[in-house]
Each structure stands twice: as C-alpha cells, then as structure tokens.
Design a protein around this ligand. Structure first.
Ligand code: ZN
Ligand code: ZN
Length: 310
C-alpha cells in the first residue's frame, strides 16, 4: 500500500534540514570560487549577511513566515494530484509495464517535468491576469532577498497557483503510471522526496543574494540568479524567468533572461514602488490590500453598463 502519510514533503524534517545544510555549503563555495575569498572569517557573513536579514526582520519577513501555510499548500497540492492519478490509472489498463529502476526513473522524471511545467504556466498566469497579479504582487514587493521571501505571499496566490498546476501534475502522473504498470513503484516516493528537497534548495537560493549563474546551461536548469532577476524592479527584466527548476519552458517560450556577469539591478515591484512608496510594508498590507483591491476591481467590472456615479 502506498504510504500516503509519508508523502507530505513538509512532514519530513530532512526535506528542510538537508537543503539548509546544502545552502550553507553552496554559499561557502560561492565565496571561495566565485568571489575568490580566502578569509574564512568572512565566509559566513557572505552566506548570511546580517544587514539583509535585519532589513527583512524589520519589515514583514518573519511575521509572514509564521503565518504562511505555503509549504503545506504546495506539498498538499502535489499529494492530491498523485492520489487522483493513482485512482485514474488504477481504473484503466496500463499501456506498458516498465518496472525496476527504469520504471522509477520514468515515474519521477515525468511527474517532476509535468509539475514544473504546471508551475511555469501558473506563474505566467499570476503575472498576466490583472486579477491574479493583485494576489501575486506581495511576493514581488520584497526589496531584499533572503530565503524567507520564498514563502512571502498571499494565501490566495498560493491556492490559485496550486489549482492551476494541479491538472499538469495529474496528467504527468497518470501518463507515468500508465507506462509503468498502473501503480507507484517502491522507489518513487523516495525519488519525489529528493525532488522536493531540490525544490526547497532552489527556492532558497533563488531568493537569496548569492548571484550564482549557469550561463548557457540556464536553458536546461535555472540558476539562482534567474529568479533574482524575476524579482528585479527594473523595466527591462519585467515578465522574465517564470520557471522554477528547468529552464526549458522559459527558453521555449522566449521568457528566459540570463544576466551579464555582475549586472546590477534593484529588487522590488517597480521603480515607482520602492522604499517609502512600497505598498506592502507590514504583514497586514500583504493580507488585506490584495483582497480590497481585487474586490474593487471585480466591483468595477460587474457594474451595469451606463451606470454613472452621482
Ligand atoms: Zn512572479
Ligand atoms: Zn520569488
């Protein structure tokens, strides 16, 4: 029987602990090899700059972190897709019965790719739809990046994103099961746990100041700097780098932006919404403003034609 109680990625402490340790290791390697730093006393300050965390703590980061159910939402969405896929595939006749480690590789790869594509689609929708953008804006209001920004956002933004990516993960999982005998294989859960851990690590690095870039290889795997560009306040970076793991979607659909080495940019919503003009300066702003602004937008849209204010 499939051990569903073990499938919630957030329920496994190592899903957070291992990525955290790797984050530290990658930050130290970044100091040594990209910055060519040799003073180890400064290495830790490079990985965790006190100034960035102080600015974050002064604004909304930690409050939002405590309130946010982001990780549970994300894990729950994937698990629900997998349960549904098992029900659908179990009711049909498998197309093939590939087993063993090849079968596990097919299951993990197809589910990962489908989920990642769904994530790309939902992220583009969050930017393209004026209504959805109102709920995604708070995530982009951060003017410093630390791993805590990863889960800074409005709960509706997270729920909508999960709903949009759901059918993609479901389709990938059904196809994977149909090719591999109709059920999840023994090693697949462990493989998906590793995938979840990689997602945590990539999320933390993408929402950090560690400007690690893979150059041409960003077309295949997105480096941390590509998501940092996605958080840029500069007009030239708008609508770029929607992907989270694989760069193929941004590359295929023309939204990939790989910065020049050392390219400098400000972080935030846009040039007119920085500092004192940032509309999201408290946790209450993040939770209330999108609802009020979306309600006003919907109210405007459904006003009878020809109706005029007195
Ligand atoms: Zn975005
Ligand atoms: Zn982000």
């Amino acid at each position: 029987m499939f051990g569903w109680t073990n499938t919630l990625p957030v329920a496994e402490p190592e899903i957070v602990a291992v990525p955290a340790a790797l984050f530290l290791l990658i930050g130290l390697l970044d100091y040594r090899f990209r910055l060519r730093g040799t003073r180890w006393s400064r290495a830790l300050a490079h990985v965790f700059p006190a100034e960035l965390y102080r600015r974050q703590a002064n604004s909304i980061g930690f409050v939002n972190y405590c309130l946010s159910l982001a990780l549970i939402f994300k894990g729950g969405g994937v698990v629900t897709s997998l349960i549904a896929a098992q029900a659908i595939a179990g009711a049909g006749v498998p197309l093939a019965g590939v087993g063993g480690w090849t079968g596990v590789a097919i299951q993990v790869a197809l589910i990962w790719l489908a989920h990642d594509f769904g994530n790309y689609v939902q992220h583009r929708a969050q930017h393209a739809s004026p209504l959805l953008w109102r709920f995604h804006r708070p995530h982009h209001s951060a003017e410093v990046l630390t791993p805590f920004v990863q889960i800074q956002g409005h709960p509706i933004d997270l729920l909508v994103g999960m709903a949009i990516e759901f059918p993609f993960t479901l389709a990938g999982a059904v196809l994977a099961l149909m090719l591999t005998g109709g059920s999840f294989l023994g090693g697949t859960l462990g493989g998906l746990g590793v995938v979840a851990g990689i997602g945590q690590l990539k999320g933390a690095l993408g929402h950090s100041h560690l400007a690690i870039c893979f150059g041409w290889w960003n077309r295949l795997v997105l480096a941390p700097v590509t998501h940092q560009i996605h958080h840029s306040a500069e007009a030239r970076h708008r609508g770029r780098n929607f992907g989270s793991n694989f760069g193929i979607w941004d590359w295929m659909f023309g939204t990939l932006y790989v910065p020049e080495p050392g390219e400098r940019f400000r972080l935030g919503l846009d040039a007119a919404s920085l500092g004192a003009d940032n509309p999201y300066r408290t946790a209450a702003d993040i939770y209330c403003e999108p609802v009020a602004s979306a309600a006003a937008m919907v109210g405007e849209a459904i006003r009878p034609v020809g109706f005029k204010d007195a």
